[in-house]
Structure formats: C-alpha cells, structure tokens
Design a protein around this ligand. Structure first.
Ligand SMILES: Nc1ncnc2c1ncn2[C@@H]1O[C@H](COP(=O)(O)OP(=O)(O)OP(=O)(O)O)[C@@H](O)[C@H]1O
Length: 265
C-alpha cells in the first residue's frame, strides 16, 4: 500500500520558472574528503524536490549548507534574488536568506523541559523581537497549519513521534519560510504516521505555496510525491529529473542499481 500523498503538480519537463534558492558550485570537505564536489542546486517556489542517494553521499550536508548550519569552502547561494553567500562566505545579506529557509530534522530537536508554545516562540522572540502576544498568535496559526492546535500547552515529551514532528514543522513555520528543508523527517516513524506528516507538507505546498526539499530513503514517497527527484552520488548531483524519468527511463547505471535495490510501487 502506498501511503504517500501526491504532492506533485508539475508536468514532466516543465522548467522551473521561479528560482527561490540557487546554489552554484558548492564545495565542502570533511577530513580531506570532498562531500560536496561542485554542486549546483536550485529550488523553485512551491516545488517539492526529493533528494535520494546512498548513505554518506552528501545529501544532509547539502541541506545543512543551504540552511547555514555548515559553511562550505566554495560556492554562491542566492535566495529570493539576494546573494547570501559568495565564494563560500556569508554576505552582509545573509539574514535575508536565513529568514526564508526553515529546516526540520529527523530527531525533532524540541526542548523537553518546555511546552509546545515555548518551543515555538523561543527563536522568533529572540531573533524577530516579537512580543509575547505576537509570538503566541503566530504559534497558534503555525500549530493549526500542522493540525496540532490543541497541543499548544502540552509538553513535547507527552507527544508521539508523529506529533513531535508536526510540532517541529510548526516551529520551522514560525519564521515564515518560503522553503522547508526536511532531513529524513519520517525515518523514525511508522508508515501511517509518516504519511500523516508528509500529508502536512502536501497541505503546506498546496495552501501556502511552500517549497519543500526532502532528503529521504522513502522511495514510494519519492516516486509518488515529488515534482523532482535528485539522485546524489559522491558529493555530486548525478540525476535531476521527474520521478517518472528518474525511476523508469533513466540511463544512469548507478541510479538504476540504487532503484533496483529497493522496491518502487
Ligand atoms: N560534521 C562532520 N564532520 C565530519 N564528517 C562529516 C560531518 N558531517 C558529515 N560528515 C561526513 O560527510 C559525509 C556525508 O555526510 P552526509 O550526512 O551529508 O551524508 P548523507 O548522504 O546525508 O548520508 P545519510 O543518508 O546516511 O544521512 C559522510 O561521510 C559523513 O560522515
């Protein structure tokens, strides 16, 4: 049974018209090993991109560099038309880009000693200087968007894994991003719960026009739900195609072997 909601709307071959994120020639090494090896990557507004590839191929590092959690040695990044990274270094306009990009992690990263509301308002109050009332109103809206409004006073430790992940998405929404970077966010969840979380992303794309970039090992989701499938190999983008092209018509031998190793519905 395929539990992945269909997020895709783009016709095969439709070119991206609006580049929200554009990364050029990203290079990153760890201990002398090239983890990003001259990566060009773009995200169109309202598009769902799924990044697949072998463990250790650099998928998470790409997201972390775009989110600013890692600094690359090389590369330019433009977000919503503003150059935020040049030659690897942050530009003076970095904060413009940081505000447009949210990130969600497999491990939720919620503070266990705080309730849901406090988890959500901590960063926006500090970074945006919102008043308590403004931040709470924003939190109510974000929680409603992920179907968690009734849990605003719950402690994160009282929530299930799927609920925690929906709260983590709401926390990312607090900064009103235009693109959500999701790193293996359903890996720890049972399939029906994972489908609920992915359904939240579907709604956010359809109702809010949010662009989503998902690193996942969930091939059913990649084949059914993505506008684009990006196959990462040895720090490079080896294939960037529609799901149909990537999974059924691609000549790339490495992707074929990767796909043959898993079952595609
Ligand atoms: N902070 C770090 N310090 C040292 N090495 C790192 C660091 N972050 C990542 N690496 C290494 O870089 C390589 C790529 O890691 P990355 O997490 O980007 O891969 P991935 O494709 O997301 O893998 P997975 O699917 O297993 O999560 C790995 O060999 C990893 O051990």
């Amino acid at each position: 049974m395929n539990l992945a909601p269909n997020l895709g709307t783009a016709e095969p071959g439709t070119p991206a018209t609006t580049s929200l994120v554009s990364a050029v020639n990203l290079a990153k090494q760890f201990h002398g090993r090239k983890v990003l090896d001259g990566v060009d990557f773009d995200v169109a507004a309202g598009e769902v991109s799924v990044i697949i590839g072998k463990s250790g191929s650099g998928k998470s590092t790409l997201l972390r560099v775009i989110a600013g959690l890692e600094d690359p040695e090389e590369g330019d990044v433009t977000i919503d038309g503003v150059l935020v990274r040049s030659g690897g270094a942050r530009t003076a306009d970095w904060n413009h880009g940081a505000a447009k990009v949210g990130m969600v992690f497999q491990s939720y990263n919620l503070w266990p000693h705080m309730n849901v509301l406090d988890n959500l308002i901590l960063a926006p109050r500090k970074i945006l200087g919102l008043s308590a009332g403004e931040a709470e109103a924003r939190a109510e809206k974000a929680l409603a968007e992920v179907g968690m409004a009734e849990h605003i006073r719950s402690r994160s430790t009282q929530l299930s894994g799927g609920e925690r992940q929906r709260v983590a998405i709401a926390r990312a929404l607090m900064m009103r991003p235009q693109v959500l970077l999701c790193d293996e966010i359903t890996s720890a969840l049972d399939p029906p719960v994972a489908a609920e979380v992915l359904g939240v992303l579907a709604r956010l794309k359809q109702e809010e026009g949010l662009a989503v970039v998902l690193v996942t090992h969930d091939m059913a989701f990649a084949s059914k739900a993505a506008d684009r499938v990006i196959f990462f190999s040895n720090g490079r983008i080896a294939v960037d195609a529609t799901p149909d092209e990537a999974f059924h018509h691609c000549e790339n031998a490495e992707l074929k072997a990767f796909v043959d190793a898993v079952r595609i519905d």
